[in-house]
Design a protein around this ligand. Structure first.
Ligand code: SME
Length: 160
């Protein structure tokens, strides 16, 4: 493993601890998502250009609606199965797209976005409640270390 990989792993480990410390005991989902969006965005700026959550709409369970985010204006709603977020929500699996322009069905909220990672977020009961969407203006900005670090944060975000 090279130094950059371990630096990034260390950064995710301290971010995980920081986010969990700030949200400990907090019962508001919005407060938890807003905290994670802010701290992730700050920690990985400028690589993370847009960082935020799309939540499953309780009134339309096959649709995502925008939640807390940091970045330029995001699309308000995304149907399950549409775009990278909708595919991640439908499959409940992390998606990494190295070049969004080469990805059929990508929803271009902001043409500056070139690559993205989307990670599902489950609630206490194990049900999908949201996806974390992170976009970068750099091509191929996300790797396995980002996936592992973000999955660990998303795993604990509504549980601890
Ligand atoms: N890129 C996403 C849409 C959301 S925004 O980029 C904020 C997608 O294709 O799912």
């Amino acid at each position: 493993m090279n130094n950059m990989t371990t630096d990034k792993q260390d950064k995710y480990a301290s971010l995980h601890a920081e986010i969990m410390a700030v949200i400990a005991g907090e019962t508001s989902r919005t407060a938890r998502f807003a905290t994670a969006a802010c701290l992730l965005s700050e920690a990985f700026s400028p690589r993370f250009y847009w960082t935020g959550f799309y939540e499953v709409d309780p009134n339309k369970p096959d649709e995502l609606v925008i939640g807390p985010y940091q970045g330029t204006l995001g699309c308000l709603r995304i149907a399950f199965g549409r775009g990278v977020c909708g595919i991640s929500a439908k499959n409940e699996k992390t998606q990494i797209v190295a070049d969004v322009h080469a990805f059929a069905g990508h929803i271009a909220c902001d043409p500056a976005s070139r690559s993205e990672i989307v990670v599902p977020v489950h609630g206490q009961s194990g049900k999908l409640v949201a996806v974390l969407d992170i976009d970068s203006t750099q091509l191929n900005a996300f790797d396995r270390v980002d996936q592992d670090g973000l999955e660990q944060i998303c795993h604990d975000l509504l549980r601890v």
